[in-house]
Design a protein around this ligand. Structure first.
Ligand code: NAD
Length: 257
């Protein structure tokens, strides 16, 4: 139980990668706050289920990561945290000339600015404790670009920059900050796209995955939410105490190309 006694907050964690990370943190013994903006009965039930499954203290807290005051309030409501995982994120795909301004603003707010606000709120407690871990979920798109994803690519490159600055300011104080850069991860969102792609391309599941979805991922395999969770737990371990200000790609070789 390498994270016993540690308090983790994972933003945007009622599904996908955030949920995978929350689960691995709880399994490693941390008490965990999961978050989304919905505040639905299922969100609270999910926290209960995770607690029952892992034996950890897991609570759900509502906060809209597009709102600066709610980002900061989440950390306050959690009573501070030792581990902050900035995971909440959305995507929109369009040419720059046609990119809706409100989508640009929302992606920058949720994918980038939220990490600034939660980090600003969490650092004083980490400084006081002399220990802290900030794990930012960037993307292969924090290191490379694709067309039609201007806001996402800009936000994720911004997250990598914020990661470096946070690491420098906190260096030597027992606090590290790193970014995980996932390639294509098999989340429910991605899974739900497979049947449509099979129809569109007239291909079976395996061929669609290999030849359409994972063309930029040399392993031709999805990364998994469990692998994201394991990487995040590793970054919180003593073995990673001198790893700071860097990116860890979990992308099947995408960024090596
Ligand atoms: P997802 O849609 O399954 O989960 C996103 C989570 O964020 C959900 O819990 C959702 O409720 C929450 N969220 C969305 N808007 C929010 C808001 N305004 N306030 C609070 N919570 C909000 O997505 P995912 O695929 O698990 O992605 C999680 C993170 O990983 C994102 O930052 C994404 O950019 C990044 N990522 C995903 C992939 C991938 O292939 N899935 C690859 C690289 C990076």
């Amino acid at each position: 139980m390498q994270l016993k006694g540690k308090r983790a907050v994972v933003t945007g964690s009622t599904s996908g990668i955030g949920l995978g990370i929350a689960r691995e943190m709880a399994r490693a013994g941390a008490s965990v706050v999961i978050n989304s903006f919905t505040d639905a009965p299922e969100d609270h039930a999910l926290a209960k289920d995770l607690a029952a499954e892992t034996g950890a203290d897991v609570r759900y807290m509502q906060a809209d990561m597009s709102k600066p005051d709610q980002c900061r309030a989440l950390i306050k409501q959690a009573g501070g945290c030792d581990i902050l995982v900035n995971n909440a994120g959305i995507q929109h795909v369009a040419r720059i000339e046609e990119f809706p301004v409100e989508k640009w603003d929302a992606i920058i707010a949720i994918n980038l600015s939220s990490a600034f606000h939660t980090t600003a709120a969490a650092l004083p407690g980490m400084y006081a404790a002399g220990w802290g871990r900030v794990v930012n979920i960037a993307s292969a798109h924090g290191l490379t670009a694709s067309p039609y994803k201007a806001a996402y690519v800009a936000a994720k490159h911004g997250v990598v920059g914020l990661t470096k600055t946070t690491a420098l300011e906190a260096a030597g104080k027992g606090i590290t900050c790193n970014a995980i850069c996932p390639g294509y991860v098999l989340t429910p969102l991605v899974e739900s796209q497979i049947p449509d792609q099979m129809k569109t391309h007239g291909m079976d599941r395996e061929t669609v995955i290999r030849e359409v979805m994972l063309t930029r991922q040399p392993s031709r395999e999805f990364a998994t939410v469990e692998q994201m969770g394991g990487t995040a737990v590793f970054l919180c371990s003593d073995a990673a105490a001198q790893i700071t200000g860097t990116t860890i790609s979990v992308d099947g070789g995408w960024t090596a190309l």
